[in-house]
Design a protein. Structure first.
Length: 182
C-alpha cells in the first residue's frame, strides 16, 4: 500500500487555509505534514468554516499563500495516488487553487475513501470520517487537515488489512471503485 492522503480546510468556498498530507509507503505511514495557508480571500474567513475548524484570520495572516507553498507541496502530490475522505471536495479545492495561481495540475490519480468505505463496510448509518474513526478506534483531532489526512490514511490501511489487499490498486479493484484523474 503506497499512496498520499490529503485534506483541506477552507476559509471560504474553495480557498484553502490549511492542507494536510500523509504519505503511506509499503503499508506504513512514512510522513505526515500540515501547513496553514494564507487564503486568497484573506482577510475574509467564512464564519461557518471558522466554526468548523477554528482557523482564524489571525492564525494565517503571516502564513504563505498556496502559490508560495506549492514548491513544498508538489513533490507530495505529483505522480502518486491521492486519497481523500470526500475526494471530490478536496480535489476541487486543489484544482481551484492551482487554477487561481495558474499552476499546472499534478500528474496523479485519486480515490475517495468515502466510496471505498461504503463498499468495504456496507450498511453503516454514517460514513463521516469521525464516525468511521470512532468505529475503528482511530483517535484524531477532527477538522484539522493534518489529522484528517492521517485518519483517512489509517482507515484505508485498515480496509486493506481486513480485505487482504497488498496494494491500493488491489483494494480499489476488489471494492469496484475506479481511479479518477486529478
Amino acid at each position: 500500500m503506497t499512496f498520499t492522503a490529503i485534506d483541506f480546510e477552507t476559509a471560504h468556498a474553495k480557498f484553502p487555509c490549511e492542507i494536510g498530507i500523509c504519505r503511506v509507503e509499503n503499508g506504513m505511514i512514512h510522513a505526515s505534514h500540515s501547513w496553514l495557508i494564507k487564503p486568497a480571500c484573506f482577510p475574509y474567513m467564512n464564519y461557518w468554516c471558522y466554526k468548523t475548524h477554528g482557523i482564524s484570520s489571525e492564525m494565517v495572516q503571516h502564513e504563505p499563500t498556496f502559490e508560495e507553498l506549492w514548491s513544498k507541496l508538489h513533490p507530495f502530490l505529483d505522480d502518486t495516488l491521492l486519497i481523500a475522505h470526500n475526494a471530490p471536495f478536496d480535489v476541487s479545492v486543489l484544482r481551484a487553487s492551482l487554477q487561481y495561481y495558474d499552476l499546472a495540475l499534478p500528474h496523479s490519480d485519486y480515490l475517495c475513501s468515502v466510496s471505498l468505505s461504503r463498499r468495504a463496510w456496507k450498511g453503516l448509518s454514517s460514513y463521516r470520517l469521525n464516525d468511521l474513526c470512532q468505529l475503528h478506534d482511530i483517535h484524531f483531532h477532527h477538522h484539522r487537515a493534518g489529522a484528517d489526512a492521517e485518519a483517512c490514511a489509517k482507515l484505508v490501511l485498515k480496509m486493506g488489512e481486513e480485505r487482504g489487499a497488498e496494494s491500493i490498486f488491489d483494494l480499489s479493484n476488489d471494492l469496484g471503485v475506479r481511479l479518477k484523474q486529478v
